[in-house]
Design a protein around this ligand. Structure first.
Ligand code: DAH
Length: 339
């Protein structure tokens, strides 16, 4: 009997099947309730005692080899019905896809655009690689003007001057060259300055520029528009305009909002004053209109410009500007956007 079992072990190990049906037949033949193993175990009862040990071991080996072979072949044919369809079970749920979130800069930019859209501003864009005329000269900042120092620039080429724009005000002239008043436009985009990188400053950042040109535009229109914006954006209804200087506006002002002094953070971000500077603005200088061939005796207007990072840092209490550009998902996935 021992020889017979050993031969069967060899047969089982050598067995191969080309269809699932053959595997099933094999299983029934060896492991089924009327199979080879059942018979052998029945015969085993009559085996003489001194042979029991060897034969018993061999029988267990045969049983193990047979079930291993069945499993192995089954797996190689794949499981049951799924293989019937080329793509598997088409009704099964898909693998989950992680939902992304918008970048905080995009969220804030879209919010600002949406607020100004409601009062008739459209969006316009200009190139990031700009010429001297649009970035400086047309904006009343001729060569050697000391105010150029405020915006240290990355020059790409000298004579003719090509540079990375230092502000989105460059889009003002481009837009006025191609459109006639009335003008209400908002120009978001990336700007570049030769700044040392720190928690507060970066050499690449984003701005939004606003430009409004029409007949009879007054400083009161500017103030009211800014008040509307700060109410919508920050829920704050107190602003002040501090006299300032920009070459392209006259008069010029810096806009502060009253943030309040309720918490410790309020003290920190407003340096104990309660006021926060959020943008620059002013009435468009008549020279800027002339440079874009707009009749400055007929038309006037206002302009404003703000940094998007600065506003995002305020709204989300982000302590370091560098976090915007590191693309760390642990930072990015905290921002859920409705726009
Ligand atoms: N371009 C200015 C800057 O980058 C911001 C600015 C101030 C834009 C006043 C304006 C303005 O349109 O009227 O600092």
């Amino acid at each position: 009997m021992l020889d017979k079992v050993k031969k069967l072990i060899g047969d089982v190990e050598a067995f191969n099947a080309s269809t699932k049906e053959e595997v099933e037949q094999f299983r029934i033949q060896y492991l089924g309730s009327k199979g080879v193993l059942k018979d052998l175990f029945n015969d085993f009862k009559t085996v003489e005692n001194h042979l029991k040990k060897d034969i018993g071991q061999a029988l267990n080996q045969l049983r193990g080899a047979a079930s291993e072979k069945v499993n192995e072949l089954k797996n190689s044919f794949g499981n049951t019905t799924e293989t019937k369809s080329l793509y598997g079970d088409l009704t099964r749920p898909a693998d989950p896809i992680n939902l992304g979130a918008r970048h905080p800069i995009s969220i804030v930019r879209n919010q600002i655009i949406e607020i100004f859209n409601r009062i008739g501003f459209t969006v316009s864009e200009g190139p990031e690689i700009e010429d001297d005329w649009h970035n400086f000269t047309a904006l009343n900042l001729p060569e050697y003007h000391p105010a150029r120092d405020m915006q240290d620039t990355f020059f790409i080429e000298k004579n003719p001057d090509l540079l990375l724009r230092t502000h989105t005000s460059s889009v003002q002239t481009r837009y006025m060259e191609n459109n006639t008043p009335p003008i209400r436009t908002l120009s978001p985009g990336r700007v570049f300055r030769n700044e040392d990188i720190s928690a507060r400053a970066h050499c690449i950042f984003h701005q939004i520029e606003g430009l409004y040109i029409d007949t009879d535009v007054s400083f009161a229109d500017l103030k009211q528009t800014l008040l509307y914006f700060t109410k919508e954006m920050f829920g704050k209804s107190k602003i002040r305009l501090r006299p300032s200087y920009f070459p392209f506006t006259e008069p010029s002002a810096e806009v502060d909002i009253y943030w309040g002094l309720e918490t410790e953070t309020d003290y920190k971000i407003t340096k104990g004053t309660g006021w926060l500077e959020i943008m620059g603005c002013g009435m468009v200088d008549p020279n800027v209109l002339k440079n874009a061939n707009i009749d400055s005796t007929k038309y006037s207007g206002y302009a404003f410009g703000m940094g998007i990072e600065r506003i995002a840092m305020l709204l989300y209490q982000i302590p370091d500007i560098r976090m915007f550009y590191e693309n760390d998902v642990r930072f990015l996935e905290q921002f859920k956007s409705v726009l």
